[in-house]
Design a protein. Structure first.
Length: 290
């Protein structure tokens, strides 16, 4: 099946000639694009006039595995000059905010008002297509003559394939998505449940770091599930940070520093945790109390 066939079956009322295709990559906002607000904003910011001829934007994101995954169809309405008021409320690292400050000052970008359309909502995060060899051509008009091929339909709530412990670095939206869709991501639960280890929580707004450890039943998965339920995880310094800024956890990034066997003695895991605290100075300059 190709994309044209699917659209005609599922969205017969949509004029395909009014649709543009956008393929986002991780070059700027990659792992933040799981946040619907960030995805909408990133789609809205375009060079002046780019979306003027289109009524809808069909948005895809290239994931770490190189797959082009459909995320949402937006209806495009008015446009205005990009300004800080369009992104100040988003939870993004300071360097990204600075990037858009420069963009808004340059006057070269428009901000298009977009809203999610009702088309293909059941396929969001699931539909994988072959974008074609011209990956650099990230913006295209919908082609009826050369439609994109549909490669697969992923399970609802699928995050991404587990590709090793050393590459685990999740934004807060990613952590929430993963733990709210455990049935579709049993591979992640299986791998993270069977190991103990040392992890890092980074506040990307302030640069402050927290080092923690996980051992015993369910390992890292079990510990991070606590953070999913409560962003402080019961830690005093994290609780204090949220007291100062209740939304700061939206900028937290969760990374695995080192994995250890699941049957590791707890004292050995804690000793390794203490070593990382010394190396990174998170007691004196971070979010570790002891």
């Amino acid at each position: 099946m190709n994309l044209t066939d699917l659209m005609r079956i599922e969205s017969a009322d949509l004029d395909l000639n009014s649709v543009c295709l956008i393929r986002h990559t991780g070059r700027e906002l990659g792992d933040y694009l799981l946040d619907p607000d960030v995805l909408g904003f990133y789609t809205s910011v375009q060079k002046r006039g780019r979306l003027d001829r289109h009524k809808y934007a069909m948005v895809f994101v290239a994931n770490d595995a190189g797959k082009t995954v459909f995320r949402r169809i937006y209806e495009i309405s008015t446009s205005s000059a990009l300004s800080p008021e369009h992104y100040r409320e988003l939870f993004l690292p300071p360097e990204i905010i600075q990037h858009y400050d420069k963009e808004s000052q340059s006057g070269e970008c428009d901000f298009y008002s977009v809203k999610p359309a009702h088309h293909l909502t059941d396929y969001e995060g699931r539909l994988v297509i072959d974008w074609g060899k011209a990956a650099i051509a990230w913006f295209q008009s919908f082609s009826l003559e050369k439609p994109k091929q549909v490669l697969e339909i992923l399970p609802a709530g699928f995050f991404r394939p587990f590709d090793g412990y050393s590459s685990i670095s999740l934004t807060r939206p990613e952590l929430e998505f993963l733990f709210s869709n455990t049935r579709s991501n049993e591979e992640w639960e299986g791998h993270l449940s069977r190991v103990a280890g040392i992890y890092l929580i980074l506040d990307e707004g302030t640069g402050e770091q927290y080092i923690g450890s996980a051992s015993g039943r369910q390992g890292i998965w079990g510990r991070w599930s606590n953070y999913y339920a409560d962003p402080t995880g019961g830690n005093v310094m994290l609780r204090n940070a949220l007291t100062r800024d209740k939304d700061s956890y939206r900028r937290f990034r969760y990374s695995v520093l080192e994995v250890m066997p699941g049957n590791s003695v707890t004292s050995e895991v804690i000793a390794k945790e203490c070593l990382y605290k010394k190396m990174l100075g998170t007691r004196a300059h971070g979010l570790n109390l002891n």
